[in-house]
Write a protein that binds this ligand. Structure first.
Ligand code: NAI
Length: 245
């Protein structure tokens, strides 16, 4: 038995970076995966890669800021795979400016994609996750949902909110058979880093390197799986030592 045999997972932001690595990992362990993203081409390529490796997946077009899209994505996942056991709320975007020059437009955009999305996702999937009898939600926050960096106010506020939204939902669902946890990556080498100076990020990381998406996927898969069966409302940090100082 593989860890995700007979399980169905919906992963947002599944077309790239950490979400893609998580989709590949869960599928490689037997799970059927709904790869949900706004990037259709890249998402379809992830599905092809999973299928080429003998796994099961489908692309689901989902803008995580849209209530309507969320309802459709959950319906499509259940229509395709019969149920929904695992939700990974991974899609996110960041801001990079100091607070003085951050516009309300930037604030609202980052909060919508990075924070409100997690609320919408858990609400849309609630009924199916409870019906699973063994549901698991993994919300991707950040080390910047725990500590500050001096810039990116919207991102820190959104990621901090994801941390507490996770805990209160975990308590609400503790007797409903649905675990809810957050994962807090450090600097991981994915497209979200844009043209940020990698050497600066490496210099700020005690382990002296960036993390790989596959390392986050391994942690997310652990938290999503029955190996973490007594963990709920918890935060799992993997940041190369940044927040240890
Ligand atoms: P990425 O940019 O490679 O992937 C993000 C994915 O989210 C993309 O596929 C993108 O199309 C999708 N997305 C963006 N807006 C969306 C929307 N409105 N609806 C649906 N999908 C949307 O970035 P990465 O690094 O894989 O990020 C994944 C998560 O990990 C994010 O929540 C990010 O904040 C978090 N994270 C990443 C860190 C890093 O250093 N890479 C550090 C800490 C947290």
């Amino acid at each position: 038995m593989a860890r995700f045999d007979g399980r169905v997972a919906l992963i947002t932001g599944g077309a790239s970076g950490i979400g893609k690595a998580t989709a590949l990992r869960i599928a490689s362990e037997g799970g059927a995966v709904a790869v949900a993203d706004i990037q259709e081409q890249a998402g379809a390529e992830v599905v092809s890669e999973i299928e080429a490796a003998g796994g099961t997946a489908a692309f689901v077009k989902l803008d995580v800021t849209s209530e309507e899209d969320w309802n459709q994505a959950v319906d499509t996942t259940v229509a395709t795979f019969g149920k929904l056991d695992v939700l990974v709320n991974n899609a996110g975007i960041g801001d990079t400016d100091p607070i003085e020059v951050t516009t309300v437009d930037t604030w609202n955009k980052v909060v919508a994609v990075t924070q409100t999305s997690v609320f919408l996702g858990m609400r849309a999937a609630a009924e199916q996750l409870k019906a699973s009898g063994n549901g698991s939600v993994v919300n991707i926050s950040s080390m910047y949902g725990i500590v500050g960096s001096g810039v990116s106010p919207a991102y820190h506020a959104a990621k901090g909110a994801v941390r507490l939204l996770t805990k209160t939902t975990a308590l609400g669902w503790a007797k409903e058979g649905v675990r809810v946890n957050s994962v807090h990556p450090g600097f991981i080498d994915t497209p979200i880093l844009g043209d940020t100076d990698r050497d600066m990020l490496i210099a700020g990381t005690p382990m002296g390197r960036l993390g790989r998406p596959e390392e986050m996927a391994a942690l997310i898969a652990f938290v999503a799986s029955d190996d973490a069966s007594f963990a709920t409302g918890s935060e799992f940090v993997a940041d190369g030592g940044v927040t240890a100082g």
